[in-house]
Write a protein of this length. Sequence first.
Length: 271
Amino acid sequence: MSTPQEAPILVFDDVSFGFDDNLALRHVSFELMRGETLIIHGAAGSGKTLLLKLALGLLPATSGRIHLFGQDVTRLPERDWFDVRSRIGVLFQEGGLFDSFTIEENVGYPLVNQRLLQVPPEQIRPKVEQSLEFVELGHTLDKFPSELSGGMRRRVGIARAIVTQPELLLYDSPTAGLDPITANNIIALIVKGRDVRGATTVIVTHRHQDGEILERYRYNEKGGGLRPVGANGDSTRTRYMVMKEGAIAFLGASLEFDCCQDPYVAKFASR
Ligand SMILES: Nc1ncnc2c1ncn2[C@@H]1O[C@H](COP(=O)(O)OP(=O)(O)OP(=O)(O)O)[C@@H](O)[C@H]1O
């Protein structure tokens, strides 16, 4: 008996956003299966953040269709989006922490506010603690965001993105503005967040290394830390997308990405 084919986690089918000559996204099509990683590069203003916003239903597609978890969400009423979003973890570019909330309240926010999850109140603190331990910030529960460094705030953002154990994780420029060592630590946490649960991961980044680490390493459950992939046909199933003026200029695996002759795409692929 053949097993039914698994539905993709996220599908963009000829999606455009904007009007007439001012399309900010143009005919974007791709699909992501469970456990896959998509690295999105592109110049400033090329539509990377917009793509994530449409995937979250924060902006409506002007044309085309978007599917999430096998469901057509293109014209989903806002009240139904809450449940879909409870299956997605997000880290936005600005971090998005609430300044007047403690770290515990910030990380617990999705648990308290997503009704589909129905987390009993007594389970919220243990889940928050677990999530903060995951990013090695278990000692910061009572602090406020202003008391933490930029890199620590980014880690809190990751803790909040993963606290609901989502199937899909969207990261918008998680390493922007960080020094290289902190940036690598952040990416290592994103690898860990992906591999511990097999989450589908989309990451917008300007750093070429971010993609390389996500593609070439897995989280090592036994010893902690990262281990290189490649042995026994192990692969992180990573693809690269390059956005240009709202359209996809490139979508494919690293080998094609590295060899791409298009000068715009080559700028993002260069070693
Ligand atoms: N809500 C909106 N309505 C219409 N146009 C928008 C909206 N938000 C952004 N844009 C436009 O869409 C284009 C792409 O913006 P976007 O924020 O996706 O860029 P980006 O690739 O993420 O850039 P950066 O790397 O600087 O973050 C920009 O020209 C922007 O002005």
